[in-house]
Design a protein around this ligand. Structure first.
Ligand code: PAF
Length: 299
């Protein structure tokens, strides 16, 4: 694996494979790699001739200075894991190379960025994500880019960005990787104390409780959410939100008449955690229900 630091270096490294028509896969990350990231890398490895992983803790998408400062960083460890998982090029730029003096452009996606994480973290969060992702796509020009379903809203926003701006990249959304007790893997999990780690597992139990209510035939979103809220209360967790939203628009649904996305966010100790599950509602004569955003969750 080669580590490249500058835009010029990554472009030079990819010029030859691109000329030769070899496919390029990009896994954008902020480091602190875990099995979730590694699953994206392995998927890219299995589908693309050349795999690039970006490692850049993007300051513009953090709404709290403390969160940015506390974000775990260990490039040496990340590089070892990335190489072992099959990355060819690690692109780890300095902040000044991504945002040089005079940088003045923001790429913003409307509507989909407003609810949920947008409402809780402020619009600058997704503006930061869409701006840096646009830059990474322009720098690397990947054929395919891989994102995790754990950040479902981000993945849906990136798909919108790519469609709206006619970007020549395919977005693949890969399944959430979980601990044995259901906790979604997240770089922030390392911030949890042992007690908070135990409580954090209730986020996934919450989503499952909602899923079970819908499976039992509940079609009223408030009633379906009730057992999920009870799970959170039992774990002494006050959610930022627990919502059932339409996959296409991320707007709360009035009634569960088709597939919905159940999303939850909460602060557990020092870490703000998010999770989601697609709840498939089989329609008579319709396709068999699946479990992943990538199957038919395109906005
Ligand atoms: O999901 C992340 O790690 C980040 O939001 C991303 C996509 C790498 C952009 O900084």
């Amino acid at each position: 694996m080669n580590t490249v630091r500058t835009v010029a270096e990554v472009r030079a490294a990819l010029a030859e494979p691109r000329r030769a028509g070899r496919s390029i896969g990009l896994v954008p990350t902020m480091g602190a790699l875990h099995e979730g990231h590694l699953s994206l890398i392995r998927r890219a490895r299995s589908e693309c001739a050349v795999v690039v992983m970006s490692l850049f803790v993007n300051p513009t998408q953090f709404n709290e200075a403390g969160d940015l400062a506390a974000y775990p960083r260990d490039e040496h460890r990340d590089a070892q894991l990335a190489a072992a998982a099959g990355v060819d090029y690690l692109f780890a730029p300095a902040p000044d190379d991504v945002y040089p003096p005079g940088f003045a452009t923001t790429v913003a996606v409307a509507h989909l960025t407003e609810p949920l994480e947008g409402a809780h973290r402020g619009r600058a969060h997704f503006d930061g994500v869409t701006t840096v992702v646009t830059k990474l796509f322009n720098i690397v020009s990947p054929d395919v880019a891989y994102f995790g379903q754990k950040d479902a809203q981000q993945a849906i926003v990136v798909r919108r960005l790519v469609a709206d701006l006619n970007m020549a990249v395919r977005i693949e959304i890969c399944p959430t990787v979980r601990e044995a007790d259901g906790l979604a893997l997240s770089s922030r999990n390392v911030l949890l104390s042992a007690a908070d780690r135990t409580r954090a597992a209730s986020l996934h139990r919450t989503l499952q409780a909602v899923q079970h209510a819908v499976a039992r035939g509940e079609r009223d979103p408030s009633a379906a959410k009730a057992p999920g809220l009870a799970e959170l209360t039992a774990a002494d967790i006050e959610p930022d939100y627990l919502e059932l939203v339409a996959i296409e628009t991320l707007a709360p649904v009035d009634r569960i008449d088709g597939d919905v996305l159940a999303v939850v966010a909460a602060r557990v100790g020092p870490a703000r955690l998010i999770d989601n599950e697609i709840i498939r509602v089989a329609r008579p004569g319709g396709a068999a229900p699946g479990t992943e955003l990538s199957e038919n969750g395109r906005p």
